[in-house]
Write a protein that binds this ligand. Structure first.
Ligand code: SIN
Length: 279
């Protein structure tokens, strides 16, 4: 195969054409895609037509599959693949939009997933974009004073932070036993493969900064988030039928948009790949 890879912005995202993930890929193609993933942080692989089982086997060219925390969304026929849908509701009847609000996936895990992969199955006519921001760029642009201030700080991550403006779907008591109560990760992490430093924030999961009073930690985190989510750090993905999008959770935040008619379905497959302990 001869993938054609073109950048989508000056800092984040590349479109990949000419790859069919339903069949095994040769080694040079796998290596090229893995290299592109590290370089661009988001790969948009167009024109994929994959069952859940084929998706599961295809993504393993990038790494090992990570067990997602809330098994409520697992596909019965292929439980390592979960779904995202706008047709689920909270217990109080309100619509649940998975992934609304900037975050990085499963940072409440001791070894958060390095990557998340979505495959579009059904899309609304318009809207429902996924937005990404580049946390390496955001870190690089901080002042030297701010870098010195946050260097060495540790965030405490939990399943659902008391500060989060987004309510997650609750875990069953059985699932809670498998998910750590809290984990501590650096606020600035170094990418294990590229060596680049990034801010590692998660407004949905960060409960506290270790050793810092809350009235200092909350404005610091809010200021860093406001800085990081500026449009200049963004790649906004407008979904097309057949898109497989994979992103690097170690150096990006992302969010889903619920800005479309919910009489239309937005349904995607989701799978994650194992990461390492953030340092
Ligand atoms: C997610 O946060 O994993 C979902 C993103 C999306 O649905 O666009």
């Amino acid at each position: 195969m001869n993938p054609r890879i073109s950048p989508l912005t000056e800092h984040t995202g590349a479109e990949v054409l000419g790859v069919d993930l339903s069949a095994p890929l040769d080694v040079p193609t796998c290596e090229e895609l893995n290299r592109a993933f590290l370089e661009y942080s988001v790969l948009v692989i167009r024109d994929q037509n994959l069952s859940a089982a084929k998706l599961l086997s295809a993504v393993q060219i990038f790494g090992e599959v990570f067990e997602q925390h809330n098994t409520r969304f697992a596909l019965p026929e292929c439980p390592q693949i979960h779904y995202l849908s706008n047709q689920d509701h909270y217990a109080d009847g309100k619509r649940y939009i998975p992934g609304a609000g900037y975050h990085t996936d499963h940072s409440n895990d001791a070894m958060p997933p390095k990557a998340t992969i979505l495959l579009a199955v059904e899309l609304p006519d318009t809207g429902g974009d996924t937005q990404f921001v580049n946390m390496h760029r955001a870190y690089t642009d901080l002042s030297d004073d701010m870098k010195a201030h946050i260097d060495g700080l540790q965030g405490m991550h939990v399943y659902q932070s008391k500060h989060s403006t987004r309510k997650l779907m609750g875990l069953t008591p059985e699932q809670q036993k498998k998910v750590p109560k809290s984990v501590v990760h650096p606020l600035v992490r170094t990418h294990p493969e590229t060596g680049r430093k990034s801010l590692y924030l998660n407004p949905i999961r960060i409960e506290d900064i270790i050793g810092m009073p809350e009235d200092e930690a909350a404005p610091l985190l809010a200021g860093l988030l406001a800085h990081s989510t500026q449009e200049k750090y963004q790649y906004r993905h407008r979904w097309r039928s057949g898109d497989l999008v994979m992103w690097d959770n170690r150096c990006l935040l992302h969010k889903a948009n619920g800005d479309y008619a919910h009489t239309q379905n937005r349904y995607l497959y989701r799978v994650m790949l194992k990461g390492t302990v953030p340092h």
